[in-house]
Design a protein around this ligand. Structure first.
Ligand code: ADE
Length: 232
């Protein structure tokens, strides 16, 4: 199954380069995903293709108008059924690995990027099915958040990563932070690689990695550790 992600943006240039490189580009080249960027200005109003306006009631910052967004969303919806229509916004629910895992099973996703202050509430009421934040801080727009979400989903599609870089061993995938990593040389600035990693004993290495992952999670992310203990 090929995953398709449609991204609506008033600043599509912000989306291009990250999707044309590394793992996201590989997902597309391998035919496992399709990412289509839609320029909101193509649906803008009047001679100047206006897409934003002042807020009713006053207040700083422009708001994306409902008509161009609705026209773009409806054009896309006429072509396919979407599993979710996602609005990236700091007041959405915070993205985590479990949400990424769930969304990575979807066939068609539409992502809406706000810019400036955000989008007209009526678009959220009428079309949006899911609101996602990438953290408790404010970005200039949803584009960078859409890239974060897209990247996190594409790398989970089976076949995008090679076996040797499987997403199953990622930090968070088992509720734990990843153990420390080492590569050549075996000694660097007087610091040797832990001997066990050079032993060739895969069982012992796995045990060591698990032990380190637990130690690291307990010390750096006690919140994650307590959640995983609660689940067991
Ligand atoms: N748009 C602006 N800030 C954002 C955030 N933190 N997450 C998602 N979308 C955003």
């Amino acid at each position: 199954m090929k995953m398709r992600i449609d991204i609506i943006s008033a600043v599509p240039q912000l989306l291009e380069s990250p999707l044309q490189n590394s793992i996201p580009a590989r997902a597309v080249e391998k035919g496992l995903a399709e990412v289509c960027i839609h320029n909101l200005h193509d649906y803008g109003l009047g001679k100047y293709k206006q897409v934003d306006d002042y807020q009713f009631g006053g207040g700083a910052g422009m708001v994306l108008m409902p008509e161009p967004l609705a026209a773009c969303i409806e054009t896309l919806k006429a072509e396919r059924d979407y599993d979710e229509i996602i609005y990236l916004t700091p007041d959405g629910s915070t993205l985590d690995q479990s949400t990424c895992n769930t969304l990575s099973l979807c066939k068609n996703l539409m992502l809406i990027c706000g810019h400036y202050k955000g989008i007209d509430q009526r678009i959220r009421d009428l079309y949006v099915t899911c609101e996602i934040s990438i953290g408790d801080y404010v970005l200039s727009g949803g584009e960078i958040a859409a890239i974060v979400l897209t990247d996190s989903l594409l790398r989970l599609i089976p076949g995008v990563l090679g076996n040797e870089e499987s997403a199953l061993t990622d930090t968070f995938q088992d509720g734990l932070l990843a153990p420390p990593l080492y590569t050549r040389p075996a000694e660097f600035k007087g610091i040797p690689v832990p001997e066990i990693l050079l032993s060739g004993d895969h069982k012992k290495i796995e045990e060591w990695r698990m032990e380190k992952a637990i130690e690291k999670t307990q010390s750096l992310r006690p919140d994650l550790w307590n959640d995983s203990v609660d689940e067991k």
